[in-house]
Design a protein around this ligand. Structure first.
Ligand code: ARG
Length: 475
């Protein structure tokens, strides 16, 4: 059903209608559109802009339509341009002329962005909840390996030994920042655009603050022109999703590397692996690779919306219709990837012995020699030089650092005595890293506990927001 046409002598050409049409992707806004229509109806009725009997009939029809949409009984048809026109057709089919009464004081411009905000809030909460489940998996897995040493890397070269629990737990801190960003986004996005009309507000007695509250928003717009053109919340959500994707991709890279034959640290469960159609022996970490690969489209979706917004004149321009598919795609992508990665992490086992054996190799304890001298107040430049000389000596004679003789140590530096061997063990090195946030297992245990507590709190907060949102939707 066309929502316009009075001043036209002919309808749109087929190609024009095909390009205009957004119903094939915006139909998923239907529940939010129906709910925001109820809020608009409430203010029209409250301020006497609609007969009370008509308002009651419209409300009943909106509720029926909601149920029919949910059950798939009411569907768009070929002549519907977008979700708004399809639903107005549904109302008119039930009520006749008064089905169009809701258009008073409202434009699709303020309507569509209100709907999209509600959709975005609903789905970011779902993603946040999945993130807390991912956090649980990461932190529980980390806790299993607190006392297991492994080589820590910089430049993918052995750097210093670390607690493997510490190595795994780092990911939880990255996702905690994403959850923080979501919290921040929720605060900033809690602004209703309803009442802004096409761009200038309305001459009818509407009450944007009332509709805002009715829809669970913290506040209503301050500038109607900005209200219909603002898509910052879309771009910001896409940034958050791209960042989550980037974090997932780094997990994907690690899991792929660690499960390789060369590393053979990670044993990914069969349920989270795939086989090869030609090589029967293969067990591939495809979930990890897809987590890595999907980051491409998450970043791409952000770029596409930012590019669409760049240089766009204010108020409404049809370009803005292009805000939806990237947002939908990023959400759908994460709804697929997050549970798979969560399961993959929860079911992966690591070869403790192999990691422990590798921990001291590659002279990863050389820093201990330098720190030993630094504690004796030897200037660090000299201490570093001396530790480097020990490594060179070992390389030339194929020895490990702790195998150098007292005489060799003293020859390298007069203050480097045999006592240094006490710190040339992986456990000694790990336990000595007691700086706050460091890799000493006793500290790692505390870090993980604290992160688990924080995650449980975040989870509870998200659950109550979800509850409030679904109560608002079904009000
Ligand atoms: N389908 C449109 C969109 O997604 C709805 C708004 C149309 N507004 C207009 N002035 N043509 O943006």
């Amino acid at each position: 059903m066309a929502l316009w046409g009075g001043r036209f002598s002919q309808g749109p050409e087929e190609s024009v209608f095909a390009l205009s049409r957004s119903i094939n992707f915006d139909w998923r806004l239907a529940p939010y559109d129906l709910r925001s229509s109820m809020a608009h109806l409430a203010i029209l009725e409250k301020n006497g802009l609609i007969e009370s009997d008509d308002a009651t009939a419209i409300l009943i029809a909106l509720k029926e339509l909601s149920a029919e949409v949910a059950k798939g009984e009411f569907k768009p048809i070929a002549s519907d341009e977008d979700v708004h026109s399809a639903l107005e057709r549904g109302l008119t089919e039930k009520l006749g002329e008064i089905g169009g009464a809701l258009r008073a004081g409202r434009s699709r411009n303020d309507q569509v962005t209100t709907d999209l905000r509600l959709f975005a809030i609903d789905h970011i909460l779902e993603i946040a909840m999945l993130l807390t489940k991912l956090q649980d998996a990461i932190l529980n897995k980390s806790a299993e390996y607190i006392n297991d040493p492994a080589p820590g890397f910089t430049h993918i070269q052995h750097a210093q030994p670390v607690s493997f629990g510490h190595e795994l737990a780092k990911h939880a801190h990255a996702f905690a920042r994403d959850l923080d960003r979501i919290e921040d986004w929720l605060t900033r996005t809690s602004v209703s655009s309803l009442g802004a009309g096409a761009l200038a507000g309305s001459s009818l007695a509407l009450d944007p603050a009332f509709t805002a509250e009715n829809l669970g928003f913290a506040t209503s717009f301050a500038n109607s022109i900005d209200a219909v053109s603002d898509r910052d919340y879309v771009a910001e959500a896409l940034f958050i999703y791209a960042m989550i994707g980037t974090h997932l991709s780094r997990i994907g890279e690690e899991w792929t590397l660690w499960s390789s034959t060369e590393f053979a640290w990670a044993k990914v469960a069969d349920g989270y692996s795939t086989g090869s159609s030609i090589m029967p022996q293969k067990k591939n970490p495809d979930m990890a690779e897809l987590a890595r690969g999907k980051s491409g489209r998450l970043i791409g979706n952000l770029m596409s919306v930012l590019t669409m917004l760049k240089g766009l004149p204010f108020a409404y321009n049809r370009d803005l219709q292009e805000d939806k598919e990237p947002l939908f795609d990023s959400i759908d992508t994460l709804l697929l990837v997050l549970p798979a990665v969560t399961g993959m992490i929860a079911t992966t086992d690591f070869d403790r012995e192999k990691m422990a054996l590798a921990a001291p190799t590659g002279f990863s304890l050389a820093t201990e020699i330098a720190d030993y001298l630094a504690k004796k107040r030897v200037p660090f430049s000299q201490a570093h030089e001396a530790a480097g000389k020990c490594v060179a000596l070992c390389e030339a004679s194929e020895l490990q650092l702790h195998q150098l003789t007292d005489a060799q140590f003293l020859h390298v530096h007069p203050q480097l005595d045999g006592g240094v061997r006490a710190v040339l063990t992986v456990h000694g090195a790990l336990n000595s890293r007691t700086t706050l946030g460091g890799t000493a297992p006793a500290l790692v245990a505390v870090q993980i506990k604290e992160a688990q507590l924080a995650n449980a709190k975040t989870g509870a907060k998200i659950a109550s927001r979800m509850q409030a949102f679904s109560e608002m939707m079904s009000a």
